[in-house]
Every structure is written in C-alpha cells, then in structure tokens.
Ligand binder design. Structure first.
Ligand SMILES: *[C@@H]1O[C@H](CO)[C@@H](O)[C@H](O)[C@H]1NC(C)=O
Ligand SMILES: *[C@@H]1O[C@H](CO)[C@@H](O)[C@H](O)[C@H]1NC(C)=O
Ligand SMILES: *[C@@H]1O[C@H](CO)[C@@H](O)[C@H](O)[C@H]1NC(C)=O
Length: 199
C-alpha cells in the first residue's frame, strides 16, 4: 500500500489512476501483457507494447524466444508458432501458457527481475517470489484489466541504447537497477498456448 501512496505524489498521478482497481469480472483464459505508460515528465509513451519472454526473463522491444522440438512423436509444431508471449493464471500464481508438460511458472527473482522457469523443471531460485500476482479491472477509460503484485511498482529497465520508445527494456517488479521507468501493465485476452515452450 505504501508504494501506491507514493505514486499519488507528483507527475506519476496518471499512472496511479491507471492502477486503482475496481470490482468487476476479469476474463477467463489466456492473455498477453503489455506496458502502458502515459508519463507527464518524459516522452516514453507505451500503449500496450508486448512484454515478451526471452532467456528466462521478460522484455519490451525484444522478440519472443520459443522452441518446439520437431522430433517428438505426435507433436504438431505447426500448432505452436511461438509468435507471441501468452500467460495463464494470474490469480496469486502466474504461468506461461505453453504446451510442454509441467508448464513454465513466472516468478520475481531476488533482484526484482520478472522471470520464468525452464521447461521440465519447477525449480525456483533462492529468494524468488511466485505468489501475489493479481489481475483486476481498473477504473481507467476502457476499463482495462491490469496486472499487479501486492501493490508493488512495475519497472521497465533499459538494456540497450536508443530512443525512449525504441530501446529494449527488461521488466522488474518492486525494485531493479538504476534508471528504470515506472509502468502500468495491462492484459489482453489471447488465444493460447501459442508456444510449446519459451526458452
Ligand atoms: C514480441 O515478440 C513477437 C514475436 O517475436 C514480435 O512479433 C513482437 O514485435 C514483439 N513485441 C515487442 C513489443 O517487442
Ligand atoms: C523479430 O522478429 C521479426 C519477425 O519474426 C524479424 O523480422 C526480426 O528480424 C526479429 N528481430 C530480431 C532483433 O531478431
Ligand atoms: C482467485 O482464487 C481464489 C482462491 O482460490 C478464489 O476464491 C477466487 O474466486 C479466484 N478469483 C478469480 C477471479 O478467479
């Protein structure tokens, strides 16, 4: 709650408005997620740009990294193009929507980085948090469904040079490295699974 209160001060007020939840149904089924950011103080505007899975972490302005093994009997990889990053759940726990048995769980690593487990292993590293995720319908125009975790800030942390709109950002929750931007995260109903597994 403290993080939310802090947001109400100063230019972040538009962001705070975007994450105040209200009661209302949240759609069932898989969804994609995107960053939503209408800042008053800089020009890094984002209106739903996809949060993509790659290398165990999540990014904006980076392609999804997915894999489907061509040599498994009765596995039709044409059903798993891996063309987008699709999530499932989000009521306390959160997963990637995948075909691979055992699934892939999303968690917050000790350094704050939003992360996911490798296929065929449910192992979570020491100090990681895999609970507290929630999707709620917000009061903002269009009644978007927003993703949160226990009122913590979501951060986009630049990992490349370039224009604010075009550089690549890594997603963090609660805390991250220097130079991150606060952002809201919206979710969008999607078909899924779209990938056999994310790599
Ligand atoms: C996310 O990944 C997909 C598939 O690789 C790509 O088409 C899309 O442009 C990516 N989105 C962003 C915002 O990087
Ligand atoms: C991302 O994917 C698109 C379409 O699949 C491709 O054209 C582009 O080269 C990829 N970008 C990178 C950085 O790999
Ligand atoms: C979330 O999970 C709780 C506990 O299992 C359940 O009571 C609640 O109805 C669920 N909410 C939604 C939106 O599915």
């Amino acid at each position: 709650m403290r993080a939310l209160t802090a947001l109400l001060v100063g230019p972040a007020v538009t962001l705070a408005a975007a994450i105040i939840p209200r009661d209302g149904p949240v759609p069932e089924g898989p969804w994609t997620a995107g960053v939503w950011r209408m800042p008053a103080e800089d020009n890094a505007v984002f209106t739903g740009d996809a949060i993509n899975a790659s290398g165990g972490k999540f990014y904006v302005n980076k392609n999804t990294s997915a894999y489907c093994p061509g040599d498994v009997a009765n596995l039709d990889c044409s059903l798993y193009p891996g063309s987008k990053t699709v999530f499932a759940g989000g009521n306390n726990t959160l997963f990637l929507s995948v075909g691979v048995p055992g699934g892939q769980q999303v968690y917050i690593a000790a350094d704050g980085s939003l992360s996911y487990t490798v296929p065929h292993s449910g192992a979570l590293p020491e100090g990681s948090v895999s609970t507290g995720f929630e999707r709620q319908r917000s009061e903002s125009f269009g009644a978007p469904v927003v993703l949160g975790n226990a009122g913590q800030l979501w951060l986009m942390c630049p990992v490349s040079e370039g224009e604010p709109r075009e550089r690549t950002y890594q997603m963090y929750v609660g805390h991250g490295p220097e130079g991150c931007l606060n952002t809201g995260v919206r979710t969008y109903t999607s078909s899924g699974p779209d990938a056999w597994e994310y790599t």
